[in-house]
Design a protein around this ligand. Structure first.
Ligand SMILES: C[S@@+](CC[C@H](N)C(=O)[O-])C[C@H]1O[C@@H](n2cnc3c(N)ncnc32)[C@H](O)[C@@H]1O
Length: 276
């Protein structure tokens, strides 16, 4: 017989940057309870099936698998999203893109496009905050589009919809009041790709050519054909790519080009307005 506190204290996750948090999330999931249950009932005996489930989860985590893939879901903005290994686990950093879009664009009806939607994280956060917006999310990976659609349906956000598209390819002549994207932006030989949780995420969600800017270059080049006059393009990028992205936006003819910093002071998104 084992109690909750002993199972948590015995968890060995030496390679995780957050071992205690991981153990708590995995044990709570194995028990089918919220994390607060562990703190309220540390002396509670854990049934053998739940203890075995927890041991299996710990083994997967020790092999490096991200907690979100083991649990099958992840919080983003105010939403709980299903996640799966064919697309990126939504990151808190990306909430800066959502915040900036909400602050910049009036809450009046608007057509919004999320390129490379993955789980649908950005599209669904915007659709949830702005019921008057119609938000389209596209992804090249069919399984990601199906996942985003499952998240949309579970969250009952009828003002979002998803489609398979290689960037703008399936969008015809459609024009938008705002285009947002968190595209792949890691350089193919970046050493971070072989370390930590990111090893389990698909390279289709991460890698963009030799300098990490291939997809951003294509999006900036093609966006003007899909933007209404006076509307905005907003891109997430790496902390050291802001100057290059601003330069691409200016050369393409965007106005009011600027970057915004995350809480750590790193320039993580850049935006520009297509002239009227
Ligand atoms: C960095 S992930 C972002 C996922 C999600 N938007 C988020 O912020 O969590 C990039 C996404 O772009 C998609 N993607 C990559 N190349 C693409 C392309 N050519 N056209 C459309 N989507 C693409 C990937 O499948 C992946 O889902």
């Amino acid at each position: 017989m084992t109690i909750i506190a002993s199972l948590l204290n015995a968890a060995q996750l030496p390679d995780s940057p957050t071992p205690r948090l991981d153990a708590e999330l995995l044990l709570a999931a194995a028990l089918g309870k919220p994390r607060s249950f562990l703190h309220t009932w540390p002396e509670r005996v854990v049934a053998s099936e739940a203890a075995e489930r927890y041991a299996g989860y710990l083994q997967r985590r020790r092999a490096g698998e991200p907690v979100a893939y083991i649990l099958g879901h992840q919080g983003f903005w105010s939403l709980d999203l299903e996640v799966a290994p064919h697309t990126l686990i939504p990151r808190p950093d990306t909430e800066l893109l959502v915040e900036t879009a909400l602050a910049l664009i009036p809450a009046t009806p608007a057509q919004v496009l999320d390129l490379g939607t993955g789980t649908g994280a950005i599209a669904l956060a915007l659709a949830c905050e702005r019921p008057g917006w119609s938000v389209t999310g596209v992804d090249r990976v069919a399984a990601a589009v199906e996942l985003a659609e499952r998240n949309r349906s579970r969250l009952q956000l009828d003002n979002a919809h998803f489609a398979e598209s290689h960037w703008f390819s399936a969008l015809g002549e459609q024009r938008f009041n705002l285009i947002v994207s968190n595209p792949p932006y890691i350089a193919a030989k970046d050493p971070h790709l072989v370390k930590g949780d990111v090893r389990f995420e698909p390279s289709s969600a991460l890698v963009a050519g030799c300098d990490g800017l291939d997809d951003i270059r294509q999006i900036i080049r093609e966006a003007p054909q899909h933007l209404q006059p006076g509307s905005w393009l907003m891109l997430e990028h790496g902390f050291d790519q802001a100057a290059a992205v601003r330069d691409l936006l200016v050369r393409q003819g965007f106005h009011q080009v600027e970057s915004r910093c995350d809480l750590g002071g790193h320039e993580r998104i850049s935006l520009g307005q297509w002239p009227c």
